[in-house]
Design a binder for this molecule. Structure first.
Ligand code: HSE
Length: 300
């Protein structure tokens, strides 16, 4: 009675859709191994890949806390569970690291218990994990980590999640500059009020991006991925953000922006080669300015 589950990294916001758009990549991702045990309660026996940063205490770990919320909802707190968590991506990277772990944990328990309801029923529990991780229960990482592909959070209250299509042959280059940008803080610096003219620009772009996804129009996707609300503020937390954008666009990126709350950045490309050239160039630049980095290339 054990199960091994993988859940992928995700890029939230997709530049113009703050808190409402996200997509999953093929890799990296986190893995959870879950076993049913005889002793009621949840234990975490092992965490790897976190440099000792995550708590083994089940009351403080987002995976066990969201699994417990789920068990409570189905009145099964009598169950005994042991969790192993294997982190395969950097924490605090803007790649939905906590979401991937939480979603893997929830999917594991759901499957172990033979619960065959739609996976989207797990979303509220995964959002509890996000709330614990950064103080806000946003769904733009957990929803794509759970459902795959592109996802729109049409509404939070009531929760209305829409899976979106995307053009075949869209590639994603991701670079994580190893600087500290906690989501909690990256949310606090955002402006609370916005100008009507900026709102008009933003919703035009969101509608353009979603249209581009449906129409398989990669040019439309590219010219819609602009953010006048959040990026101007958050880009300050990312080393050489605008220079990296220039480099990526020069190499043929379709679009470039911050992944989630950063510091990771991502670019869409039409092919794998261009995506690889972009990660190589940006990582080389980061090395030159003495910042470590990870690079990933994935289809969507
Ligand atoms: N939408 C969230 C934010 C994603 O931008 O704060 C965090 O990964």
């Amino acid at each position: 009675d054990s199960i091994h589950v993988f859940a992928p990294a995700t890029v939230a916001n997709v530049v113009c859709g703050f808190d409402v758009l996200g997509f999953a990549v093929n890799e990296p991702g986190d893995e959870v191994i879950m076993r049913l045990t005889d002793k009621p309660g949840i234990t975490i026996s092992k965490i790897t890949g976190d440099d000792g940063r995550l708590p083994l205490n089940p009351a403080k770990n987002t995976v066990s806390v969201s699994v417990e919320h789920y068990l409570r909802s189905i009145d099964r707190l009598d169950i005994g569970l042991d969790i192993e968590l294997h982190k395969k991506m950097p924490i605090g990277s803007g790649l939905g690291s906590s979401s991937a772990s939480t979603v893997a944990g929830l999917f594991a328990i759901k499957t172990l218990l033979g619960d065959d309801t739609d996976p989207s029923t797990l979303l509220p529990f995964a959002m509890k994990g996000e709330e614990m991780a950064c103080g806000h229960g946003h769904a733009d990482n957990v929803a794509p980590a759970l459902l795959g592909g592109f996802v729109l959070i049409r509404s939070y209250d009531p929760l209305d999640v829409v899976r979106l299509p995307h053009p075949a042959g869209l590639w994603c280059a991701i670079v994580f500059p190893d600087v500290d940008v906690p989501t909690r803080e990256a949310r606090q610096i955002i402006r609370k009020n916005i100008q009507m003219k900026d709102a008009v620009t933003q919703w035009g772009n969101i509608a353009g991006l979603v249209s581009g996804l449906f129409m398989q129009d990669i040019d439309l996707i590219g010219r819609s991925m602009k953010d006048v609300l959040v990026e101007p503020v958050r880009s300050m937390l990312i080393p050489d953000f605008y220079l990296m954008r220039e480099m990526a666009m020069e190499l043929g990126a379709v679009s470039f922006g911050i992944s989630g709350s950063g510091p990771s950045v991502f670019a869409f490309t039409r092919d794998e080669e261009t995506a690889k050239r972009i990660t190589t160039k940006l990582q080389k630049h980061l090395t030159n300015i003495k910042i470590g980095s990870n690079g990933y290339v994935s289809t969507i």
